[in-house]
Design a protein around this ligand. Sequence first.
Ligand SMILES: [Zn+2]
Ligand SMILES: [Zn+2]
Length: 269
Amino acid sequence: MKLTFWGTRGSLPMNTPEHRIFGGNTSCVSVQAGNNQVIFDAGSGLIHLGSQLMAQDAREIDICFSHFHSDHICGFPFFKPFFNPKAKVRLHSFGIAEATLYDALTSYLSRPIFPISLDDFQAKVDFIHHPDGEALEIGDIGVQALEIPHPGGAHALKAQADGKSFVYATDTEHIIDQPNQALIAFLHQADMAVYDCTFDDSEFEQRRGWGHSTWQEGLRLAEAAQVKKFGIFHHDPDRSDTALTEIETRAQTILPHSFVTRDFMQLEV
Ligand SMILES: [Zn+2]
Ligand SMILES: [Zn+2]
């Protein structure tokens, strides 16, 4: 299984001289196994993946959405395969949410917010909703979803192929000293996992109710679930390269197989 992190930032794309090492694109990860690929979320990182898929003349594309906040859909209207009449793009959503994916995307792609609408896409676009508990197969890749606490609803996603597993668990807020047991079970012995690490434990008290968690909580969950490789993900937009490098050093003293994810990083699982 090959993972590519196209966007690892949370909340807002960023680009300053202090966002060079880790990057500033928002959430998008692709999972490839054999000839099959699944994309998790459509943040600004999706734009670069779209250029690659156009160059490869990819015709069959599956995008799974954790939820529909703007940092997870802002790359969507700029995804070049939508303008390829030969492409088929399947958009997957899961469980119960505040709105359907179709309603969220049609309101995002509407005037006066955006000049074009879904009707302007030339690819065949299908919206596929999976009720909680329904497994999804994309070729050899199995995908499961678990509802996680976040304003408006969100789902952690798990990809499994070739006996390996990757869990994508963003965005979510924890309760201090009450680890999310359902998420620990979902993460159990994952070969690789990423988690919402927007804040530091020291900042969390001031940010309660914002729907996000901390890198220290991520390490606690990863340890409890015996995750084999753990990626700090969904970085606060203001978190500089210097700050993220420091977090990585501190995290690795607690959990040696942890690291800070960065844009365009590739990983074999
Ligand atoms: Zn987010
Ligand atoms: Zn969110």
